[in-house]
Design a protein around this ligand. Structure first.
Ligand code: ATP
Length: 949
């Protein structure tokens, strides 16, 4: 095996053939890929490799082919029925010696509709793909000696990638370092158990995929721990790429509404078939076979009239508009049903840190055993002072020094100044600690050279603490006691070559301490000490500060020992640090909006109950004396007891991710429709269980995003409320145009059925005219109605149940009522115009009454479109330009209708006849009555509502 040593890029022959990374050492792997483990790749290497290997992407092998999408359009039951209608109508025309115009037109419309459907679906798929790119994961890599965040698709073989809990691994690689690295490989192997990965193994060539403990694979998830990986394969060359499993990060599911729509389609098609049979059978029984063909014509028109051909397209477009509006408000929808159901949320369970608060931590207070300190300075810049409260003299004494050293070394964040601004990479809580220590000149770059980390027990929301084990290079007691950046070091804590630093929730860390650092010596921790520390913790927490406790410990020689929880005992207490994480400004208003909208906000946090209470009261989520349930208390409740108590509790503190799952279930059992936020790897089950799982775009782990229905691009609680509002608007608009479209369909059917009943000769509307109405004169304004902005009261009413029927709350009766009004108006006009045309002395054209019926139905829908914009407000009270699309659609469609009536080629195609001005005005007058009726209905409703008040 040869490898070019001079070239900056990897030999194609080499990477194409070599796959036994598990069988060589990490050092050998680095040499093969010409990577420096500290510096990473150079820009030149990166661009060469990007050119050669291309982006780190899986070619989408799943999904539907364009041909399948096109074929599916024509298998839609409504289109199949139209095709049948076209065939029968063609046969009828041919038998009568007429040109089969209707049949051809219907076929043309079927094809057009199919193509439109195809375009829309492909567009929807493209839009989903765009959303997918928006949510595409980022990875941390070392390049040119700096830790950077890059898009996963920019990875190349030879990159050094950093792993931490919650990361979904973006490419295959050889482990260089692993600290308690637990990986779930179920995406690849189906094995649900986590696997403990190790860097320093060299395995046999033949070892199976699941046994390659020194490798990590694309698509698998880091559940715990940390690691450094040398990327060996990317894109389709990875194990996941090889099995060509597509992991879609955006799922295109049918929404409940879309499912109900296709059910509705089935119902309509079967009922129209029944109508056809009924009309023909009754007609033949009454009048004999002589009228069979005429009856067939009537029934075919009815069959076309009953089906809302334009509806599925409008639903799809509305949902697409909904997702776009939500993205504009920083909520990214991952699963389409969420667009429609977000409006039904009754309870929002939110994390505190980062969602309700800014997640910009600034340390304000420090408490060692003998001193308390106030800290000045803002942001992450290490500028400011640590001012002792009990003495005038500032001195970086042993106690403070120990505490600040723990802050720096027991820390995974990075404090950087890439430009003008200081920035942190990693957890803001940890960043704030680095800033604190930087204020007295303690930086990790220096300290970790003297005291490198050799092991760690990572942080998790369950453990609520983390520990690191460091090694000092000092050999003598004297050296040991003078270590640490030149500061005098005299504590007993530095009397061993291995030490551990622990930080975490103060109660938990304190619980594991038996000693305390006092001045330069270590003494026994008394119960008075404990009480004093806990009282201090409570005092800070009740002011809304986030408090962390610190401890240290000397450890014996660690060789061959498994590092674990058992080391976190008999610790030496070092002190407390209190940091401020101010609430987000916009959240208070958002909480208020929630309440007005009948949505209950709930805070679920891992933080201390008093911190949680202070922030919850400040934001209006809870009252000062409300019950707060802690994780510990929750642990002792069974599910029935929890279900009893959930309606009263608005703040849960010191909870672990598994408690979140219990809380969601309890709320759901009480009939709530729950949105739940989460960011950690262990939040995934609760996110999946929630009706709407919401992950954090900035701080969220890949695993939590994968489990969610929506992602908050700005991690902000106010965004959830905004998305809920958009969800309500989408649902309202869907109901609005369903009302609009189906009302007119019912009207058309009744008019066609009435014609033979009242003894008029012929079918008033041809299938072609009906298609025109359903697709164009109904379709365009319906699309415009989908753009309707929020009604003013949209967030001042309680949420609607997601399980309610689409026809509930009067929609069904509205459709029938409006359909009947449509029919009555048109039938009166029809009867009158039929007679009017026959009046002696007037130019008798027996076809004009049909054109009048056609025109009246179309124009009446225009009035309907204007009036249906609001349920409560009169049209005159609405700003016509708040939805200019409706005005434009109405004007445009009316003009088209006029063209149909007056332009000769269109006349002959659509079977219309030019109307006289009087006739046209009569049509306009009758149509206007529709508008007047709906406005009157609104006035009557208002009057009833006022009387009820
Ligand atoms: P929320 O659940 O609202 O996001 P949170 O950040 O406090 O709040 P967790 O991340 O679960 O919730 O943290 C729980 C507790 O663990 C914190 O209150 C804090 O005491 C401690 N903690 C948080 N981050 C760290 C860390 N990096 N190292 C050690 N302890 C930590």
């Amino acid at each position: 095996m040869t490898f070019p040593t001079t070239s900056a890029h990897v030999s194609p022959a080499f990477t194409d053939t070599f796959s036994s990374w598990h069988a060589i050492s990490s050092q050998e792997s680095l040499e093969k890929l010409q990577t420096d483990p500290e510096q990473g790749l150079t820009p030149e290497q990166i661009s060469h490799r990007q050119q050669y290997f291309g982006p780190n992407e899986l070619t989408e092998t799943g999904g539907r082919s364009p041909l399948t999408i096109l074929w599916e359009q024509f298998t839609n039951i409504m289109l199949v029925m139209l095709i049948a209608v076209a065939i029968i109508s063609g046969i009828l025309d041919l038998r009568q010696g007429k040109f089969p115009k209707d049949a051809i037109a219907i076929f043309a419309i079927v094809i057009l509709n199919g193509l439109l459907g195809y375009l829309q679906e492909s567009r929807a798929e493209q839009a989903l793909a765009a959303l997918k790119r928006l949510s595409s994961p980022k990875v941390k890599v070392v390049r040119q000696g700096i830790i950077q965040e890059i898009a996963a698709k920019e990875l190349v073989p030879g990159d050094i990638m950093l792993l931490e809990a919650g990361v979904q691994i973006a490419a295959d690689g050889r482990l260089l370092e692993a600290y308690n690295l637990q990986v779930r490989e179920s995406a690849l192997t189906g094995e649900a158990e986590t696997i403990n990965k190790q860097a320093d193994l060299i395995l046999g060539e033949e070892s199976a995929l699941g046994d390659r403990l020194n490798l990590v694979f694309q698509g698998t998830e880091v559940v715990q721990g940390r690691g450094t990986v040398l990327i060996t394969q990317i894109g389709m060359d990875t194990e996941l790429g090889r099995i060509a499993t597509l992991i879609q990060s955006v799922e295109a599911e049918d929404t409940p509404l879309q499912q109900r729509m296709s059910q509705l389609g089935n119902v309509l098609v079967s009922s129209s078939l029944c109508l056809v049979v009924l009309v023909v059978v009754v007609g033949v029984l009454r009048s004999g076979w002589a009228y069979f063909e005429q009856l067939l014509e009537v029934s075919l028109s009815m069959a076309v009239a009953v089906v809302p051909e334009g509806l599925p397209a409008v639903v799809t477009v509305t949902l697409a508009i909904g997702t776009q509006r939500m993205v504009r408000r920083h909520a990214l929808i991952r699963k389409l049903p969420a667009v429609e159901t977000l409006g039904s949320v009754t309870t929002i369970c939110s994390d505190k840190t980062g969602t309700l608060t800014q997640n910009k931590m600034v340390v304000q207070k420090v408490q060692t055993v003998s001193n308390s300190y106030e800290v000045t300075g803002e942001g992450y810049a290490p500028k400011g002072e640590i001012i002792p409260q009990d003495s005038d003299e500032y001195e970086l004494n042993g106690e403070l020094k120990q505490l600040l050293t723990a802050c720096v070394l027991c820390n995974d964040a990075l404090l950087q100044k890439p430009s003008e601004q200081w920035e942190i990479l990693g957890d803001p809580t940890e960043g704030a600690l680095l800033t604190l220590a930087g204020k007295v000149g303690l930086y990790r770059e220096d300290l970790s050279l003297e005291m490198p980390r050799i092991a760690e027990i990572p942080f998790s929301s369950e453990r609520k603490r983390m520990s690191v084990i460091i090694k000092t290079f000092a050999e003598t007691e004297e050296e040991l006691n003078t270590q640490g950046n030149g500061y005098q070091q005299t504590s007993g804590l530095f009397s061993s070559p291995y030490k551990m630093f622990t930080k975490g929730s103060p109660e938990i860390v304190l619980d594991r301490c038996t000693l305390i650092q006092q001045g330069d010596s270590v003494v026994t921790l008394t119960s008075e000490d404990r009480q004093r520390i806990l009282a201090q913790n409570d005092q800070w927490a009740s002011k809304g500060l986030r408090v962390l406790g610190f401890a240290g410990q000397n450890l014996p020689d660690l060789s061959d020992e498994d590092v674990g929880d058992h080391h976190e005992n008999d610790l030496i207490w070092l002190g407390l640090v209190g940091m401020l994480d101010a609430p987000r400004k916009e959240v208070k208003g958002a909480v208020l909006r929630c309440r007005e909208a009948g949505i209950r906000p709930i805070m679920i946090t891992g933080d201390h109950q008093l911190t949680a209470r202070a922030i919850a009261t400040d934001l209006g989520i809870a009252q000062a004396d409300d019950t707060i349930l802690t994780g510990q208390e929750l642990q002792h409740l069974n599910s029935a007891q929890l279900e009893q108590i959930v309606p009263e509790v608005s703040v849960y503190a010191r909870v672990s991710p598994e408690h979140k799952l219990q809380i969601v279930k309890a709320l759901q059992n009480r009939g709530e429709f729950v949105a739940m936020t989460g960011d950690g790897v262990n939040d995934a089950p609760a996110l999946k269980q929630a009706d709407i799982g919401i992950a954090m775009g900035i701080t969220g782990t890949d695993v939590s995003k994968e489990a969610s229905d929506a992602i908050l691009l700005d991690d902000n609680f106010a965004t959830i409320v905004a998305a809920t509002e958009e969800g309500r608007v989408v649902y309202d608009n869907i109901r609005r145009f369903i009302k609009y479209i189906l009302g007119s369909n019912i009207g058309e059917v009744l008019v066609i059925a009435a014609a033979p009943l009242i003894g008029l000769g012929g079918v008033p509307l041809s299938p072609l005219q009906i298609l025109w109405m359903n697709l164009v004169t109904d379709g365009l304004p319906a699309l415009a109605l989908a753009m309707e902005p929020a009604e003013p009261n949209v967030m001042q009413r309680p949420p609607y149940s997601p399980r309610e029927s689409i026809f509930s709350r009067g929609l069904g009766s509205y459709m029938v009522r409006i359909g009947i009004i449509f029919a009555i108006l048109t039938i009166i006009l029809m009867a009158w115009s039929y007679g009017y045309v026959k009046t002696p002395g007037l130019p008798g054209n027996p076809e004009r009454w049909k054109t009048m019926v056609f025109t009246t139905l179309c124009l009446a829908q225009m009035g309907h479109a204007l009036a249906v914009r609001s349920d409560s407000q009169l049209t005159i009270q609405l700003n016509p330009f708040s939805n200019p699309y409706v005005l434009a659609a109405v004007t445009f469609t009316s003009l088209l209708q006029i063209l149909l009536v007056y332009v000769p080629p269109l006349q002959s195609f659509f079977g219309t006849h030019a109307l006289s001005l009087n006739e046209l005005l009569i049509c306009v007058g009758f149509s206007a009555l529709m508008f007047v009726w709906i406005e009157l209905e609104k006035l009557v409703n208002r009057w009833f509502l006022n009387r009820q008040k």
